[in-house]
Design a protein around this ligand. Structure first.
Ligand code: HEM
Length: 204
């Protein structure tokens, strides 16, 4: 008989899907702004700029709430890869993703309320949420308030390094999202992890 546990409280699920909607909006409008082509616009330039600004400010607010809720609820602890043996657990998990899964081997670690993420998930979620996202948001805010940027940096216009950092962190989030969706299919069935992110219930 399959066993299930209530894993993800409502606030995490609401945060997660709001975050997804805002990020997809930012990616589509961001691509329209970056590869702007007046003859073939994905979203017309000035409309894309307005939507990108509103979604960007909304994401700053949603991210702030995410950090506060993680501190208050203690969920931040899930993101900490716990020693001893973190490297070993990463290796075991990586091997399972690369070939164990294709040979029908069982998941190397069992999900529990105390330990929701495996070591690779903890590290990648931590890097995305606490290193890449804040830098992406901060560089976006500097674009909104360009007077915050220095006039010149490393001999270039002060906004150029900000633009490069914003583009690279945005691209890293897109790459993360692609890998994240693929790895989301590696639960008990191909859709069970998506189900958990909707209902909160995890099935072993
Ligand atoms: C269509 C896009 C996305 C889908 C379908 C998706 C799906 C999922 C699923 C199924 C889970 C639960 C399983 C797990 O914990 O790994 C999850 C968790 C998570 N996702 Fe996503 N995701 C998407 C986009 C994103 C994006 C863009 C970010 C961040 C930039 C993100 C960050 C996270 C985080 C941090 C968790 C763990 C939440 C927690 O339990 O504290 N996801 N996602």
């Amino acid at each position: 008989m399959s066993e299930r546990i209530y894993l993800l409280p409502l606030w995490i699920r609401v945060w997660h899907w709001t975050n997804v909607l805002l990020i997809i909006t930012l990616v589509v409008t961001g691509i329209s702004l970056h590869f702007a082509d007046p003859k073939l616009p994905l979203v017309e330039f000035s409309l894309a700029a307005r939507i990108h600004d509103i979604a960007g400010f909304s994401l700053v607010a949603v991210y702030g709430l995410f950090v506060i809720a993680n501190i208050v609820s203690g969920n931040w602890w899930q993101y900490v890869p716990k020693p001893p043996g973190v490297l070993e657990r990463c290796k075991v998990q990586g091997k399972w993703y690369l070939w164990g899964i294709f040979k029908g081997e069982p998941h190397p670690y069992r999900v529990s309320e105390e330990q929701n993420f495996n070591a690779l998930q903890a590290i990648s979620y931590w890097v995305i949420m606490y290193m890449i996202m804040p830098v992406m948001l901060l560089s976006g805010l500097i674009f909104q308030f360009p007077q915050l940027a220095p006039d010149r940096l490393f001999g270039f216009d002060g906004l150029l390094p900000v633009a490069i950092v914003h583009y690279l962190t945005g691209a890293a989030i897109v790459l993360f999202m692609i890998a994240h969706i693929y790895l989301g299919t590696t639960g008990k069935t191909a859709t069970s992890m998506f189900g958990t992110m909707i209902t909160g219930w995890h099935e072993h």
